[in-house]
Design a protein around this ligand. Sequence first.
Ligand SMILES: [Zn+2]
Ligand SMILES: [Zn+2]
Length: 345
Amino acid sequence: MRACVIHGKEDLRIEDVAAPSVAERQVRVRIRAGGICGSDIHYFFEGRNGDFVIKEPLIPGHEVSGEVAEVGSAVRRVRPGDRIAVHPGRPCGRCAQCRRGAENLCTNVFFFGSASKFPHMQGAFCESVTVDESQCHPVPANLDFPVLAFAEPLSVALHAITRAGSLVGRRVLVTGMGPIGMLTLMAARKAGASFLAATDAVDEPLRKAEQVGADLAVNVAQDRSRLAAALQGPGAVDVAIEASGSPMALRDCLELVRPGGIVVQMGTLPRGDVAIPANLVMAKELDLRGVFRSGMEFDMAVDWLANGRLDVRPVLTGVYPLADARSAFDAAKDRRRSLKVMIEI
Ligand SMILES: [Zn+2]
Ligand SMILES: [Zn+2]
């Protein structure tokens, strides 16, 4: 079968690899669409994602949808032909984190397209993958594959909202208008937020943020003072969600949230230690909360996509065939013209 394989920094090849076989409780999925995530972009352009270095050829991709092609003899949940969103993680189900219901924090998880372990966990930018039946989320047959491939990134946005707590009537700041930040902004409105502020260092995604509902959109690279002025005193936000991975943005969140407010860290900050005004956590009695991947929100994301509760199409800016994966990665890296870029397989 054909697969997109990263051999190292800027070395991406479309090649033939062995097709997977199916065990008793497994499902073979014919992948149809996959979204390029920030981690995939790092693997391709840098040969690494933070501390995880590519040491053997890696198939990237974890935000995927497809059709059930074949099922093992003990599979009951799906049948061949079913259209599905694929959960990219297979938690062990036995560790302490799994047992307390925090499967996104499983210490033995298999997660598509990650070099965090060796041998690497191969991803899903290829024609077929095998998964456990528990990773398959069937949807109505009329749902677009690229829309369905938003299940994972939307689930991460929804997990951030879960972590933030009730947003009903809350004033919310989201820093970083990449696909995840944008989806978080949109989901925060659905969750009842009364005011939404968005920041980025690039104008184009901020214009998009205004189109999808931001009340205030500020380019902090050009006009940081405007943000502080707008969010002073009674204008302060109750919740600040950091989705850019920039230490400056985390600083904005800590400084601009009201006393007693909540700061949610979702972006991946640079490797190593990061200098932040940490005393604000103490002096303002802030809650600083992390977000890592998602949990039960995956079902919710699939439900929202299937019911059209949240229209993700404004976030989808390009679809490329597998043979053009290189162009897809180039487009995905260009934040002036792209939000979520997909590969069709
Ligand atoms: Zn992702
Ligand atoms: Zn586990």
